[in-house]
Write a protein that binds this ligand. Structure first.
Ligand SMILES: Cc1cc2nc3c(=O)[nH]c(=O)nc-3n(C[C@H](O)[C@H](O)[C@H](O)COP(=O)(O)OP(=O)(O)OC[C@H]3O[C@@H](n4cnc5c(N)ncnc54)[C@H](O)[C@@H]3O)c2cc1C
Length: 395
């Protein structure tokens, strides 16, 4: 006899671990399968900019107290383009909000999640890789998962399988769901910087002729930077502070490098479906986005909040109709988010960065309060109907 779970989550990254915690809190028998052995997080030094709804979800799952000390509130976002007069500003104060969101270093989040997972009623299979999925027949109410761990092969059964196993998702492949490119690939330079005149709690997104750069506040006056490597990649890697300075300009003063930079390749990709038979894809397994607009994890957490709400109202966590309704409800937001991210890249990206249309668009957006409120509501994940978890409570 195999052990049987209500939900088996494959992939113990941020999305999968939060999902396992959420389902365990609903009182469902939950399993978490992760291929990597326990140990210090592998992190590449990335810092997550989390929307207000994502912060509320971490609060609702009691993760926030473990990361709060490493977090930094974002109270202001500045978007500008090289050669364009004016800046688009989103300010928490103007929108009567305490903050637009917060940043959290990926490694701090991973450590906090590992601690939370240890004390939660979750059966953890780790290190253990998913090798196969078997469905007995369409009438059966469960799937069998074949796993390989240090002691050899094993199996478990689950009524719902959540594929949170990243961009190269095995769940996606084994469930027969295809994936296709949904944006131009890019190489990114990640670096920690300090700016002599950097304002605290302010994030910057800058579009320049050679590509975009983003800087988010990351505690102790540090700025976590992501720069899209254009044609002159070698020079940028040799002198990262200079490369960021050339993109961002001098409004933050002289930029200084605080730690060795890293290179990260991105290839935006989306799954053809979000669900299969008793299967849901989430996080990078469902869609991997270009990170400049900081939407990937935020979108995944909005998906998770919606899924948890749907499962909480269903007798069977893998019910076909419930999953189809979940997919139908979430697809429009996937399209909007992808359109927003790729639209920003092509509208503001080279060679348009300094066109007249860009300047007019930027000024209009900055002057029209309605656009700001709509953008803030969408970016925070708090567009009605707001699922309970994005308000910090369980459904
Ligand atoms: C530079 C950068 C900056 C970013 N900044 C932001 C940001 O500011 N805000 C934001 O919202 N998003 C951001 N993102 C996106 C964010 O990093 C991802 O959305 C997030 O990491 C999602 O992770 P995940 O849990 O879906 O997948 P992953 O983190 O890739 O985790 C997948 C897990 O599955 C495991 N696994 C894989 N295959 C198997 C298998 N067969 N069996 C068992 N386990 C398996 C892996 O070991 C891994 O632990 C950024 C991305 C990048 C690259």
């Amino acid at each position: 006899m195999h052990e049987c779970f209500d939900v088996a989550v494959v992939g113990g990254g941020p999305v999968g671990t939060l999902a396992a915690l959420a389902f365990a809190r609903l009182g469902l028998r939950s399993a978490l399968v992760e291929a990597r052995a326990p140990g210090p997080p592998l992190g590449d030094g990335r810092v997550f900019a989390l929307a207000a709804g994502s912060v509320a979800l971490l609060q609702g799952l009691a993760v926030w107290p473990r990361v709060a000390a490493a977090s930094t509130a974002i109270r202001s976002v500045r978007v500008s383009a090289e050669g364009v007069f004016g800046t688009f500003r989103l300010d928490a104060e103007e929108l009567a909000l305490p903050a637009l969101g917060a940043t959290v270093p990926a490694e701090s989040l991973a450590s906090a999640l590992e601690e939370c997972q240890k004390t939660a009623p979750i059966r953890v299979f780790r290190p253990c890789a998913l090798l196969g999925i078997e469905a007995r027949d369409a009438l059966s109410d469960r799937l069998t998962l074949r796993l390989r761990g240090p002691d050899g092969m094993s199996s478990l059964e689950a009524r719902l399988l959540l594929g949170a196993d990243g961009a190269q998702s095995s769940v996606r492949r084994l469930a027969g769901i295809g994936a296709s490119a949904c944006g131009k690939p890019d190489r990114l330079l990640l670096a920690n910087l300090a700016g002599a005149r950097a304002r605290p709690h302010t994030a910057h997104l800058r579009f320049a002729r050679d590509g975009a750069a983003a800087l988010v506040p990351s505690g102790g006056g540090r700025l976590a930077g992501v720069l899209s490597l254009g044609g002159d990649a070698d020079a940028a890697v040799e002198d990262p502070a200079r490369a960021f300075q050339a993109r961002i300009g001098w409004s933050l003063g002289a930029l200084r490098l605080l730690s060795p930079p890293r290179i990260h390749a991105v290839a935006p990709e989306q799954a053809e479906r979000l669900v299969g038979w008793r299967v849901v894809l989430i996080g990078q397994a469902a869609m991997s986005l270009h990170p400049l607009a900081a939407q990937g994890l935020n979108l995944a957490l909005r998906d998770l909040a919606a899924l948890v709400e749907a499962v909480a109202q269903s007798e069977d966590p893998g019910a076909e109709r419930m999953l189809a309704a979940y997919e139908e409800a979430r697809l429009p937001e996937h399209r909007r988010t992808l359109g927003f991210v790729e639209g920003l890249r092509s509208w503001f990206g080279p060679p348009r960065a300094s066109s007249l249309a860009t300047a007019v668009g930027m000024l209009l957006c900055d002057r029209l309060g309605g656009i700001k409120h709509a953008l803030a509501a969408w970016a925070s994940g708090l567009r009605p109907p707001v699922p309970a978890l994005l308000r910090g409570v369980l459904p």
